[in-house]
Design a protein around this ligand. Structure first.
Ligand SMILES: Cc1ncc(COP(=O)(O)O)c(C=O)c1O
Length: 418
């Protein structure tokens, strides 16, 4: 087969991929007639459900009206409406467009570096959190945990200072690291996934810890970059994860759920003082970054339709219902599984699977196959199983998916029934 799949080992025993021919609501339909309940939101992008008619129609209308323009000189109503709506929602008045989550973070990092360059006082130290994942382009990789994904590229990645993950056992190290950065005149800023690290294994930390990092970074004169590529659009229980925090970012990265999961789009929102540093006639002040599909009108129309769905009262109601359902399931699972192996944040329910932790744990193949044979699509992060439902899901479907994970664990150990 000529398709080189991402994040997929290719060898003689690689199982063939499933062919999905249709999707609707919470379900994917395989070409052999079977259906799968989607517990991944298609790599965390789908929000209201697959093929949601409201977004599908907005896309069809836009595709027949205006396909694409050279966004450097030409703008269009879907981009204007989208930028206006997001600025109002976030308080960040400027929106830079790109194509995916990695470019949204790459752009934020480049803007932060150039922000200081443009003011004639370049700085050198970018901060990130231990375990971070910000994407697969070079800047995004540099700001991500140095691990399996980044190993071949390490000699080519710029240095980043990683702050200890703010868990209770790291408290002393965490506080010491914050004290150290407060007076460091070389800090460019901090990039972090607010309150929930996804790829690291669905690890949450408190809004207070996010606020503490942001305050220390601001004392040092640095910028705060919220990477909400994963956490945005309801995943942590609020529209944005930073809605739960007091310290708002100077730069905010959005992608994945921004189009409701239909089309690729990356956005980097910026505070006025950030944009001001780029204003001026000196050619060196300009931000020379852009992609061919920047500001694609069809993707923008999908994103506007997504935001309009969020304006309907039933969307936050549905989110609340599913967050409650995940909380109840987490409580039940905690009674049945070993201590500290069940985590719940917003829509995300995560379970540490037995055995050696890590991304290459065999569970990623075994649990996936086990769940597919029971009508559920899950893609464990190695030794971490997680269930992330679309808003088209019903609480019974969440309970069924949790039962599938529990019975998988039970067949490999000794735990009681749900
Ligand atoms: C927090 C975070 N940032 C950035 C990215 C990169 O997004 P993309 O896969 O669209 O490049 C991801 C992807 O999982 C992510 O979880």
């Amino acid at each position: 087969m000529p398709i080189w799949r991402p994040f997929t080992p290719h060898h003689d025993e690689t199982p063939p991929p499933l062919r999905i021919v249709r999707a609707q609501g919470a379900y994917l339909y395989i070409d052999d007639g079977r259906s799968l309940w989607d517990g991944t939101c298609a790599w965390w992008v789908t929000v209201h459900g697959h093929a949601h008619p409201y977004i599908a129609e907005a896309i069809a209308r836009q595709a027949a009206t205006l396909d694409h323009v050279l966004f450097g000189d030409l703008i269009h109503p879907p981009a204007e409406i989208l930028a206006e709506k997001l600025s109002q929602k976030t308080g960040l008045p400027y929106v830079f467009f790109s194509d995916n989550g990695s470019t949204a973070t790459e752009v934020a990092i480049k803007i932060a570096i150039q922000y200081f360059f443009n003011q004639g006082r370049p700085r050198k130290t970018l901060l990130a959190l231990e375990g971070a994942y910000h994407g697969d382009t070079f800047g995004a990789m540099a700001a991500s945990a140095r691990d399996l994904f980044t190993r071949p590229f390490e000699p080519f990645l710029f240095e980043v200072k990683f702050l200890p993950f703010p868990s209770p056992e790291n408290e002393a190290r965490f506080q010491a690291a914050l004290a150290e950065i407060e007076n460091d005149p070389d800090i460019i800023g901090f990039i972090g996934e607010p309150i929930l690290q996804g790829v690291a294994g669905m690890r949450s930390y408190t809004p207070a810890a996010w606020d503490a990092i942001a305050r220390a970074v601001r004392k040092a004169g640095g910028l705060v970059i919220a990477d909400e590529v994963f956490t945005g659009f309801g995943r942590t229980g609020s529209f944005l994860a930073t809605d739960q925090c007091q310290e708002k970012p100077d730069l905010l990265c959005l992608s994945k759920g921004v189009t409701g999961g239909f089309l690729p789009l990356g956005l980097t929102l910026a505070a006025a003082h950030v944009f001001e540093a780029f204003r001026g006639k000196d050619p060196l002040r300009t931000f020379y970054h852009g992609h061919s599909y920047t500001g694609n009108p069809i993707a923008c129309a999908a994103a506007v339709a997504n935001l309009e769905l969020w304006e309907r009262p039933e969307t936050p109601q549905k989110l609340h219902e599913l967050v409650q359902a995940q909380a109840t399931l987490a409580d039940k699972l905690r009674q049945l599984l070993p201590p500290h192996t069940v985590r719940h944040t917003g829509l995300v329910l995560a379970i540490d699977l037995p055995g050696t932790p890590g991304y290459i744990a065999e569970h990623r193949h075994h649990l996936k196959a086990y769940a597919i044979s029971r009508g559920v699509y899950l893609r464990p992060l190695g030794s971490v199983a997680y269930i992330l439902p679309t808003l088209a899901s019903r609480p019974e479907e969440l309970a069924y998916a949790a039962e599938v994970v529990l019975s998988y664990v039970q067949e490999r150990g000794t735990v009681a029934a749900l």
